[in-house]
Design a protein around this ligand. Structure first.
Ligand code: EZ4
Ligand code: CO
Length: 409
C-alpha cells in the first residue's frame, strides 16, 4: 500500500479548522487535525506546498519513520506551524493503520486502561450569581469537574469569561477567537485579578462544598512571584489544578511557584515538543501536561511525552478547546484511554455546525468521554458540508495594561 494523495481541507463551521486527508492507492483515507487558531493558513500552506508531494508514494504503515523524516529533513525544527503540520500527518497515518487493522486506535496503543475519560467543562460568569448558575448548568450537563473563570471588577471582557453570542450567532461556553480582520483588544490588570479571584473560589466552595473538583486557568498572565501568591491563596479551596500560571517559555519560573504552594500545577497547551517539558517533568515542577495532540506533533510524540511524565507521577491533562477539531479530540481520546497516567480531559462540545462537518464516534455521557469503537480515529469528514463553510479570517484577542503596554493574553 502506498500514499496516493494528501489533501488539505480548510473549513469554518462556527470556527476555522484545517484538516489533512491522506488517501492510499487502495482507497483508504486517514484524517489529521492541523488547526492553529488564528494562524490557520500558515499550516495549510506548509502542508500543501511543502509536505503533500513528499508523502506521495510513501508506505502509510511507516508512521514513526515518516514522523522522523518530516521532523529531521526540514532542518528547521519545532515551532507551532511545523509541529501542527507534522501532527496532522501522524494522526492521519494512525487513522489509516486503524482502518487497515479494523481496530480503534486505542487498541493499537495497548488497549483501554479505563472505562472512560473524566472531562472538565468551562464555567464562567461576569458576576458571582452568573458563575454559580454556569457551574450548575455544567453539572446538569453531566460534568463532574469544572473550570472556574470570572470577570474582574473594573476590567472589561477578559480571557475565559463567556460574553454573549459569538459573531457566528452561536454561543459556545467560551471560544476566544473572533472573526474579523484585526484581533480584539482586552484590558488587563494583574493586581485587580489577584485581589478578586480568591474570594470567588471561597464563594464557590461555600456554595458547592468540598468534593467538586475545581480548576482555574491563569492563561500565562502572572510573574512567578504573583503566581506563587495566587497558588498559596487558593490552597484552602483545594484546586484540581492551577493552569498556565506564568508564561510558558521559562521552565524555571515554575520552580519558584512550586517552592511556595501545594496547589497542583498544569502547563503546556502552547508547547510543541518534549523539550519544552524537560525541566518541568524531570525536576517535578508540575503535576499535569497540557499538550494537545494537534500542536505537539501528533499521537506518536505525545505518547512518548506521557510515558516520560509517568516516571515522575505527572499525568495528562490534554488541551481540549474548540480549536482542537473533532479529529484532534478523537486522537487524544484514544491516547487518553490507553495510557496509565491519564489525569483529566478538557472538553468543550463541538457546535452543531462543527459536528455536521466532522461526524465523530466519540461520546460524552455522564461527564465521561469515550473515543468509540469505530476503526481508526472514528471521525468522518463530510466534504460537501465542509465546502459550505468557507474560511473566515479570525484572531485571538490580545491584552494591554491600563497604560497601554501590551501584556500576555
Ligand atoms: O486560549 O485554545 O485552556 N484553554 C485555553 C484555550 C486557549 C485557546 C487558544 O487558541 O487556554 O481557551
Ligand atoms: Co489554557
Amino acid at each position: 500500500m502506498r500514499i496516493a494523495q494528501a489533501d488539505v481541507i480548510v473549513t469554518s463551521p462556527s470556527r476555522n479548522f484545517v484538516t489533512l486527508k491522506i488517501t492510499t492507492d487502495d482507497g483508504v483515507t486517514g484524517l489529521g487535525d492541523a488547526t492553529l487558531n488564528g494562524r490557520e493558513l500558515a499550516v495549510a500552506a506548509y502542508l500543501r506546498d511543502h509536505v503533500a508531494a513528499l508523502l506521495a508514494g510513501k508506505d502509510p504503515a511507516r508512521i514513526e519513520d515518516t514522523w522522523q523524516f518530516l521532523y529531521r529533513s526540514a532542518y528547521w525544527r519545532r515551532g507551532p506551524v511545523t509541529m501542527a503540520a507534522i501532527a496532522a500527518v501522524d494522526m492521519a497515518l494512525w487513522d489509516i493503520k486503524g482502518k487497515v487493522a479494523n481496530l480503534p486506535l486505542y487498541q493499537l496503543l495497548g488497549g483501554a486502561c479505563r472505562t472512560g475519560l473524566r472531562a472538565y467543562g468551562h464555567a464562567s460568569g461576569t458576576t458571582l450569581p452568573e458563575l454559580i448558575d454556569s457551574i450548575r448548568e455544567h453539572m446538569a450537563a453531566g460534568y463532574t469537574a469544572i473550570r472556574v473563570q470570572t470577570a474582574v471588577p473594573g476590567l472589561g471582557a477578559i480571557y475565559g469569561v463567556a460574553s454573549s453570542a459569538q459573531v457566528s450567532g452561536e454561543r459556545y461556553d467560551y471560544d476566544p477567537a473572533h472573526r474579523g480582520a484585526q484581533p480584539a483588544e482586552e484590558q488587563w490588570d494583574t493586581g485587580a485579578y489577584l485581589r478578586h479571584v480568591p474570594g470567588v473560589f471561597e464563594a464557590v466552595r461555600a456554595e458547592f462544598g468540598p468534593e467538586l473538583p475545581l480548576l482555574h486557568d491563569g492563561h500565562h498572565r502572572m510573574t512567578p512571584i504573583q503566581a506563587a501568591r495566587l497558588g498559596k491563596a487558593l490552597e484552602p479551596y483545594d484546586l484540581f489544578w492551577l493552569e498556565d500560571c506564568t508564561p510558558a517559555e521559562n521552565q524555571d519560573a515554575l520552580r519558584l511557584v512550586r517552592q511556595h504552594t501545594t496547589t497542583p500545577l498544569a502547563i503546556g497547551e502552547v508547547f510543541n515538543t518534549v523539550w519544552d517539558f524537560q525541566t518541568l517533568i524531570r525536576d517535578q515542577l508540575i503535576d499535569y501536561v497540557r499538550a494537545a495532540v494537534t500542536h505537539f506533533g501528533g499521537v506518536s510524540p505525545l505518547k512518548k511525552l506521557v510515558d516520560f511524565a509517568a516516571q515522575y507521577q505527572v499525568k495528562s491533562g490534554f488541551h481540549g478547546p474548540t480549536d482542537i477539531s473533532p479529529v484532534g479530540m478523537a486522537a487524544q481520546l484514544h491516547l487518553g484511554l490507553a495510557i496509565h497516567n491519564f489525569g483529566i480531559q478538557e472538553y468543550m462540545p463541538p457546535s452543531a455546525a462543527t459536528s455536521s462537518v466532522f461526524r465523530h464516534a466519540f461520546t460524552f455521557v455522564g461527564g465521561s468521554l469515550h473515543p468509540g469503537d469505530a476503526a481508526g480515529l472514528g471521525v468522518q469528514l463530510d466534504e460537501d458540508a465542509a465546502v459550505s463553510f468557507p474560511y473566515q479570517q479570525a484572531y485571538l484577542p490580545y491584552a494591554r495594561l491600563r497604560d497601554g503596554t501590551v501584556h500576555d493574553w
